[in-house]
Ligand binder design. Structure first.
Ligand code: SF4
Ligand code: SF4
Length: 329
């Protein structure tokens, strides 16, 4: 077998450039008695996926807006400017959720914390039709869980697949997988799809991370006027954040890639897009100017629902045009 292609792994980091599968054997112990207890949480660099945000905001009894504001910082996930979030730390780089006794949200800790010192990596090779999930190892000086002195009598060699089960990470991967796929698709989209507009980045952020805002948006007369949403689905997403997230993935496939996943009230789309031509741009620019210190892709306060609807329509129109161009080729 040739050398694995690891060009998609971050460089200048503690990521070991070796692709692992679930069969990979490991011997690792992490418990309150380890010599490095809490060391990882004192140098936390934790990226959050959408399902992490659901679990954490529910645990902390916060809205998504409040959780994002109090506990996260934005970061640019790729060269197209797609915005993700990381857990906020204090000035000593300690995770805000850490206590002397350990993680204060242990039962709902993010997937990255569950995986550590391993990680999940979604990969889609250029010619491949489907993506694949692999794993990697993180080697950091402070983590001593591989050292024999920290093993417990019951510590034994297990597969990475078994380790995932002990850490309860399967449920996280299940609900984050469509998000990883959206990111991979966005990354591998043809040149006709091009660099995402600020509008589509805003929609992407809202429908994955800022779910309470997304829920309000779905309930707004503006959304209802454009989309023909089944009443049963509407009720479900009002009550269940996971159903809302899954609907968000569907919505994004439509808005970003022009796939028809939700019926639209086409007449309303045409009428509103005609009415608003020219106006949305001026209003959007005014909003951006007003919020000049905030990153418009991240700050939920930047836009009203009406502007978001117009941005969403524009993003969808662009995606549909791009998709038609691709089909015509
Ligand atoms: S969420 Fe918990 S486990 Fe993760 S870095 Fe913070 S304190 Fe540590
Ligand atoms: S063994 Fe590694 S993961 Fe566990 S507390 Fe120590 S540094 Fe953190």
């Amino acid at each position: 077998m040739g050398k694995p292609d690891v060009s998609h792994l971050p460089y200048e980091s503690s990521f070991v450039p070796e692709i692992l599968t679930q069969e990979h054997k490991i011997k690792f112990a992490c418990h309150p008695g380890v010599s490095c207890f809490n060391a990882c949480c004192k140098q936390a660099d934790v990226m959050l996926a959408p399902y992490d945000v659901i679990r954490l905001k529910q645990h902390l009894k916060l809205t998504s807006e409040q959780f994002l504001k109090d506990y996260t910082v934005p970061w640019e996930m790729d060269s197209d400017g797609i915005i993700g979030v990381k857990l906020k730390t204090n000035e000593d780089k300690h995770c805000l959720l850490m206590t002397e006794k350990g993680c204060s949200v242990y039962d709902d800790r993010p997937a990255a914390c569950r995986y550590y010192p391993f990680g999940l990596m979604g990969v889609k090779h250029t010619e491949a039709k489907t993506d694949e999930q692999n794993y990697f190892r993180i080697e950091e000086e402070h983590c001593k869980g591989h050292e024999e002195r920290n093993f417990l009598p019951e510590t034994k060699e297990i597969s990475l697949g078994e380790y995932r089960k002990t850490q309860g990470v399967e449920e996280y991967d299940k609900y984050n997988l469509d998000w990883i796929r959206l990111m991979l698709k966005k990354k591998s989209a043809g040149p006709s799809v091009g660099t995402p507009s600020v509008e589509s980045l805003q929609v992407l952020f809202m429908a994955t991370y800022d779910l309470d805002r997304f829920k309000r948006f779905i309930s707004s007369p503006n959304f209802q006027a454009v989309y023909d949403l089944d009443a049963k689905i509407f009720d479900e997403i009002q009550k269940d954040d996971v159903a809302l997230l899954e609907f968000g993935y569907r919505f994004l496939r439509q808005v970003l890639f022009g796939e028809i996943t939700i019926d639209t009230k086409q007449d309303a789309v045409n009428k509103r897009s005609e009415e608003r031509k020219g106006f949305w741009k001026a209003r959007h620019n005014a909003e951006m100017e007003y919020a000049n210190l905030n990153d418009p892709r991240y700050d939920p306060a930047v836009m009203g629902d009406e502007v978001m609807r117009d941005d969403m329509l524009k993003a969808q129109e662009e995606a549909e045009t791009a998709s038609k161009k691709d089909q015509e080729k």
